[in-house]
Design a protein around this ligand. Structure first.
Ligand code: ADP
Ligand code: MG
Length: 383
């Protein structure tokens, strides 16, 4: 139970152990884009106390004047990051603990979930000036391994792949789709590049290159976002001395930039986009079914339902830590998407409490009228 960063844990250790994975759920709000400001978008999200998220929107201007009514909701998470939160802060709060676990031989996974344009890739990959979770995690791994390796030796291997339309591709060495095989280590993508990294410096450009290889949506000219799930797997191996013996430590960290969670808009059932939509949903759905089954301690975990869950089998099952980062936009035009993302994240949070009675007080924060009124005043000032 140590290691929770933002709030005390009220967990019973037995239920944690029997329950399996503990899912920590975070929300990150991105800043309003210049273009959005210029076109008069309003801010519909407010983050309070580093964990409360208020989603509020006037039903309409006249409705508001007439009825003084807002539509919206209040949510509470392990932590919620406002639009001024640094990459380093996001890394430290969400993922640093998982890196620590990896050094102790426990696998970990971090998922970024949210609509296209909400900030998933910024959070995961970031920019050269502001590197994201992927780069900061590898940097941290290197520096910690160097401190702890008894002989100074270590192996850090990177694999970067995408799942697009239920097809797996190597992002570090693009080519034909990869076949998933089951061997004694579990499910592996046959022929996947295992890139041996020696320092953090080379990682950013490697991953940027990999991201360029991601499949983007061809139907929209200005589309920079991706319809694919990107998975970075970092395997760290080193030796420590434990009770006088030399012990090999291996841990794997999976960092996942999920495809946009918005619904496919296609009306033609046979169009490519609707096929994509169905498959993206299939992977996301399969992911939540697996997490559900794991937390409930079910014998059968339905990994086989999608490529994404097959690939993440050994990161989700077993002694693994799981973190979800829900990315949201502040813009009132994205109200619907934001609401969907927050609902999904909220559900992920509830799943966690079944297996592990943590964070109970977070579920009981009252949604008082005064809170709503205060928020309304603030939003009015800002807009
Ligand atoms: P997604 O991957 O979810 O589709 P992106 O990460 O590409 O979204 O973000 C959309 C745009 O918003 C990009 O131009 C990105 O640089 C910017 N952005 C997202 N999050 C932040 C942030 N926290 N700070 C500054 N810019 C951000
Ligand atoms: Mg993206």
């Amino acid at each position: 139970s140590e290691g929770r960063m933002m709030r005390p844990v009220v967990a019973t250790p037995e239920s944690c152990e029997s329950g399996g994975s503990r899912i920590h759920v975070f929300v990150r709000l991105r800043p309003m884009a210049k273009k959005e400001k210029e076109t008069g978008s309003r801010n519909c999200v407010k983050i309070v106390n580093r964990k409360d998220v208020y989603l509020t929107e006037f039903a309409s201007e006249t409705d508001y004047l007439r009825l003084k009514r807002l539509r919206g909701r209040h949510f509470c998470f392990d932590a919620a990051f406002s639009d001024s939160t640094t990459q380093q802060e996001v890394y430290a709060t969400t993922t640093a603990e998982l890196v620590e676990g990896v050094l102790q031989g426990r696998n970990g996974s971090v998922f970024c979930y949210g609509a296209t344009g909400a900030g998933k890739t910024y959070t995961m990959l970031g920019t050269v000036e502001n590197p994201g979770v992927m780069v900061l995690a590898i940097k941290d791994l290197f520096s910690k391994i160097r401190q702890r390796s008894y002989d100074g030796n270590h192996l850090v291997h990177l694999s970067y792949l995408e799942v697009y339309n239920e097809t797996v591709r190597d992002l570090l060495s693009p080519g034909r789709p990869l076949v998933l095989r089951e061997d004694k280590q579990g499910i592996v993508a046959a022929g996947l590049t295992q890139y041996r990294a020696y320092s953090t410096d080379e990682v950013m450009s490697l991953l940027q290159q990999g991201n360029q290889n991601r499949t983007t949506e061809p139907t929209r000219a200005n589309e920079t976002s991706s319809r694919s799930h990107a998975i970075l797997q970092v395997v760290a191996e080193f030796r420590v001395i434990q009770s006088g013996n030399i012990v090999n430590r291996v841990g794997k960290l999976s960092l996942i930039d999920l495809a946009g969670s918005e619904r496919a808009l296609a009306t033609d059932q046979r169009s490519q986009r609707s096929i994509e939509g169905a498959n993206i949903n299939r992977s996301l759905l399969a992911l939540s079914s697996c997490i559900n089954a794991l937390v409930e301690g079910k014998k059968h975990i339905p990994y086989r339902n999608s490529k994404l869950t097959q690939l993440l089998k050994d990161s989700l099952g077993g002694p693994c830590n799981t973190v979800m980062i829900a990315n949201i936009s502040p813009c009132n035009l994205s109200f619907g998407e934001t609401q969907n993302t927050l609902h999904w994240a909220d559900r992920a949070k509830e799943i966690k409490t079944k297996g592990c009675l943590m964070n109970d007080e977070a579920l009981q924060v009252p949604e008082s009228a005064t809170d709503q009124a205060k928020l309304l005043l603030e939003l009015q000032k800002e807009n």
